[in-house]
Design a protein around this ligand. Structure first.
Ligand SMILES: [Zn+2]
Length: 149
């Protein structure tokens, strides 16, 4: 059975956020948070615009989703993010008690898996959805940035 609301569908939405970041000269990482097949938060990396190293897509999505829900815990939510969360975001996701995390591509250097960041024991972690596209967008960004610098 084909459901319109599967992981690929929501990762596509997160990817669109990453594309927005790309256009704005931000490192292209995007995220959405979903509850009961409904997107309640969309965000992309804004570290340049805000001059804030904590302005990762996931951090903003967490805040925005909690505002939407009117509570700080995201137990029934799924986060879709184009690149595996870093230690900071992994830590914030721990505190949010998020139900599930789905990432696109791994970050072998700074990702929470590589660095052994502890997620909440109830958080399910899945990955590899649109892996190639998510990773290519990031690589293209750095390639173009090297050209202009
Ligand atoms: Zn992060």
């Amino acid at each position: 059975m084909i459901t319109p609301f599967d992981d690929a569908y929501f990762m596509r939405k997160a990817y669109q956020e990453a594309e927005l970041a790309f256009e704005e000269g931000e490192i292209p990482i995007g995220a959405v948070i979903v509850v009961a097949d409904r997107i309640i938060a969309r965000a992309h990396n804004l570290t340049e615009r805000l001059n804030d190293v904590t302005a990762h897509a996931e951090m903003q999505a967490i805040t925005s989703a909690a505002n939407f829900i009117g509570g700080k815990y995201l137990k029934d939510c799924t986060l879709y993010v184009t690149i595996e969360p870093c230690q900071m975001c992994g830590g914030a996701l721990f505190w949010s008690q998020i139900g599930r995390i789905v990432y696109g591509a791994r970050d072998e250097q700074r990702g929470c898996i590589a660095l052994g960041t502890k997620l909440h024991p109830k958080t399910i972690l899945n990955g590899g959805v649109m892996e190639r596209e998510c990773s290519e967008l990031l690589q293209r960004f750095f390639k173009e940035r090297r050209k202009t610098n």
